[in-house]
Design a protein around this ligand. Structure first.
Ligand code: ASP
Length: 349
């Protein structure tokens, strides 16, 4: 199995068809999307996602929800809405679907509960909002936006975040809303692995990358040239001790600046240690490299050298160049341009 995986052939083909140009210095392995005047790019999680493990029905279901999410974001932008509006609209669709590890389809903690994280950032102002460890908020991305817009803080957690949600009139649900049979079975599988690992005195293997994919993220560029990025997740199956991943951490799982926006997915501990989302944007600025080159350096070189199959990112730059780079066998991702053309990809090859 080849270890170099980045982007999706569907996107590459459309990019070529649209005349997407490739600077000679850019890495050949990185595949990017088209150049948007305005639009958005999304991911629905990275991990061991192979053609062999996929059924046509399942693939169609993922493609349908991603397309709906892209169209919802596009509609907001078309109506003159901001990139923040588009990020929230698109992520809300995926949070409401049981397919993704965010909102309704969130994975279970070791205690059999759901603990959701989300963040959002606006590139032109560097305003940001995040929530971590909430268990009753139907749409954590909407709450993250309210933290940004209606509180003096950037990140709220747990019971305090839910109290803030109540004050803001955000929809709270009974925790049973987040129960899905497939996520429950994942928990059972991981706990079984954990039992076996304990017998072998292995403390790390119980947090498998494979049982947690499905985090969602969106980066949008609006008609005013403003970039916004957001990410929402249930985290990792079988997480415990109030574990928080990279998704709600500004700079790690989400970052937006004036000319770069990133949302990440993968093994959160690595994304936190490497400050991945910010690192991609900072490399563009400090090293004067393209978004594709910066994304490639961080995901395919830096992360990959620390731990194979760590995850991936989607991103947009100020010129509307789209990127989707991952070092796993798959990452659900797609984009929509100003004309409403949609591209969706899943597998590395
Ligand atoms: N990054 C998320 C976390 O570690 C999980 C994922 O993206 O699949 O919480």
């Amino acid at each position: 199995m080849t270890r170099v995986r980045s982007g999706i052939s569907a996107i590459a083909l459309v990019a070529v068809a649209c005349g997407g140009s490739r600077a000679p210095a850019d890495p050949p392995a990185a595949i990017d999307g088209p150049r948007l005047q305005w639009g958005l790019v999304l991911h629905g999680g990275a991990g061991t996602i192979t053609r062999e493990s996929m059924t046509p029905e399942r693939e169609r279901a993922y493609r349908d929800v991603m397309t709906q999410a892209l169209r919802a974001g596009h509609a907001r932008l078309q109506a003159g809405g901001s990139s923040l509006d588009a990020v929230v609209a698109a992520i809300t669709i995926m949070e409401d679907s049981p397919l993704f590890n965010a909102g309704r389809g969130a994975v279970f903690t070791a205690e059999g509960t759901n603990s959701l994280d989300a963040s959002i950032m606006e590139g032109s102002t560097l305003r940001a909002g995040a929530v971590a460890g909430v268990g009753r908020v139907r749409n954590p991305i909407a709450l993250a936006r309210l933290v940004m817009e209606r509180s003096p803080h950037v990140m709220l957690s747990g019971a305090g975040a839910e109290e803030f949600a109540q004050l803001q009139g955000i929809e709270l649900v009974d925790p049973s809303y987040f129960y899905t049979e497939s996520r429950w079975r994942s928990l059972e599988r991981v706990q079984e692995q954990e039992r076996r690992a304990r017998e072998n005195a292995d403390t790390t293997s119980a947090l498998t990358v494979d049982e947690k994919f499905g985090t969602v993220g969106v980066v949008a560029l609006d008609r005013n040239g403003v970039i916004a990025a957001g990410t929402s997740t249930g985290g990792m199956t079988n997480k415990r001790w109030g574990r928080i991943g990279d998704s709600p951490i500004i700079g790690a799982g989400t970052y937006a600046g004036p000319s770069c926006g990133i949302s990440a997915t993968g093994w959160g501990e690595y994304f936190i240690r490497n400050v991945v989302a910010y690192d991609v944007c900072a490399r563009m600025e400090y090293r004067d490299v393209s978004l594709r080159e910066a994304a490639h350096q961080v995901i395919m070189v830096r992360l990959e050298s620390q731990e194979p199959e760590t995850g991936g990112i989607i991103g947009l730059d100020g010129e509307g160049n789209v990127v989707a780079v991952f070092n796993t066998s798959g990452m659900y991702h797609g984009w929509i341009d100003q004309d409403g053309s949609v591209g969706i990809g899943i597998y590395a090859e």
